[in-house]
Ligand binder design. Structure first.
Ligand code: HEM
Length: 396
């Protein structure tokens, strides 16, 4: 028998099978076949890039049957290549360009799906389709979330109404998306059920995750630069502020989820919660090392890798700033500029937490979270945690 080749793996058929029932209900014989590929991994031939792609895909596709389903596998973050997506040392323009490419790919694809559904041509996730009015509002919200990206990418909308403009964005996105991104987009849409709104939920989570990953990279650079090149730290903080401010535009979009649809697919997402987002927790810890209570709580127990990094001593902006302030040679102007950008970052993160808290309160009420917290009360508490724990620069 011929050895299977990673490059010839039938992604389209496999994805169609998964999407026909949702990952939670996919037939045992299908997962058994995929599991068989893993058992014979040594025999699978092909280029390294294709083998890695298949490995990531199987990791995501088999999470439920393996009993290790979690947030990263739910959002298909390995398939998106999130851990390889960001890199230090890029200019502001390069960072924005890469983040824009991801935003355009993810949200342009979402616009395309919503339009297809509105026009009656969407085939997947047929349950609880939004009514036309909601679908049009959602298209407007996708366009609003993408506005800064569209401006930077010189994509001009013709005021052709939500459908016309969204079609134009979806077409631009499809035309500009790289081959690598095309695969990522397709293979990262593996909902647990067959409800229309899960598409929106997944793309918005993925989009937030891309932004957290970039913010963490940029903040890491700010921490490293702070002791010797404060002006560079200020520049990186400014960039982090732009990224976070723009990400807030996703909240009205996620707020267009239909509650009944959300609760329908949420029955099968138990165990996957953004409390397991390593990107978010890295951002938090880079601002200020968590206190012992938070570090040992479910907040960091849910992200063991980050918990370990913090225990090993990740330098934070708060700590680097204390050191700079204690240095009598520090320029007051540098400290004032750092103060302004850090205050702004704390304000933006505060807005993020508040918007997220309100979202959870609206959709969950008294229900517990899928990450095994009591839900809204956990968020009510965590939104109070100071972003930076040192006193502001220049105040001493
Ligand atoms: C209807 C939508 C949403 C609801 C109802 C919701 C609810 C919750 C709840 C209850 C928690 C507490 C942990 C748990 O037990 O699960 C949580 C944590 C979290 N959520 Fe959401 N969430 C929603 C959307 C989002 C989105 C779109 C993001 C963006 C990535 C997000 C990011 C986070 C993060 C980062 C945490 C951890 C916060 C911390 O540990 O301090 N959530 N969410």
């Amino acid at each position: 028998m011929q050895a299977p080749t990673a490059g010839r793996f039938p992604y389209a058929e496999t994805l169609a099978t998964y999407r026909a029932s949702g990952k939670h209900f996919v037939a045992r014989n299908v997962t058994a076949r995929l599991d068989g590929l893993r058992d014979n991994w040594q025999r699978i031939e092909g280029a390294e890039v294709d083998r890695r792609r298949l490995d990531d895909f199987l990791f995501v596709a088999l999470d439920k049957v393996d009993g290790r389903y979690d947030y990263a596998s739910y959002c298909a973050l390995p398939v998106l290549g999130l851990d390889r997506m960001t890199a230090p040392g890029l200019t502001r323009r390069e960072v924005l360009c890469q983040r824009d490419a991801a935003q355009l790919a993810l949200l342009g694809d979402l616009a395309g799906f919503e339009l297809d559904a509105l026009e009656g041509t969407a085939e997947i996730l047929p349950e609880k389709r939004p009514a036309p009015d909601l679908a049009r509002r959602r298209l407007r919200l996708v366009l609003a979330a993408l506005r800064p990206t569209l401006e930077r990418e010189s994509i001009v909308l013709r005021n052709a109404g939500p459908e016309g403009d969204a079609r134009s964005v979806a077409d631009h996105a499809r035309a500009r998306v790289s081959k690598a991104w095309r695969h990522r987009l397709d293979a990262s849409m593996i909902p647990v059920h067959v409800v229309h709104d899960e598409y929106l939920f997944l793309r918005v989570l993925q989009s937030f995750e891309v932004t957290f990953a970039w913010i963490a990279t940029v903040l890491q650079e700010a921490v490293s630069a702070l002791p010797t090149a404060p002006a560079r730290a200020v520049e990186r903080l400014k960039l982090a502020n732009v990224l976070l401010r723009e990400a807030l535009r996703l909240f009205p979009l996620i707020g267009s989820l239909q509650p009944a649809a959300f609760h329908d697919f949420r029955r099968f997402t138990e165990g996957a919660s953004a409390i397991q987002s390593t990107g978010y927790k890295r951002v938090e810890a880079l601002c200020s090392a968590p206190g012992a209570e938070r570090l040992n709580s479910v907040a960091y127990r849910s992200v063991p890798q980050v918990q370990e990094e913090v225990r090993a001593g990740v330098p934070s902006l708060s700590a680097a700033l204390e050191t700079l302030r204690d240095d009598r040679a520090s320029e007051p102007d540098d400290l004032a500029l750092l103060d302004a950008e850090m205050t702004e970052f704390a304000r933006q993160l505060g807005r993020w937490r508040q918007a997220h808290f309100e979202l959870a309160r609206r959709y969950l009420g008294e229900r517990g979270g899928t990450g095994y917290t009591e839900g809204v009360p956990y968020l009510a508490e965590t939104r109070q945690i100071p972003v930076f724990r040192s006193s502001p620069p220049g105040s001493s």
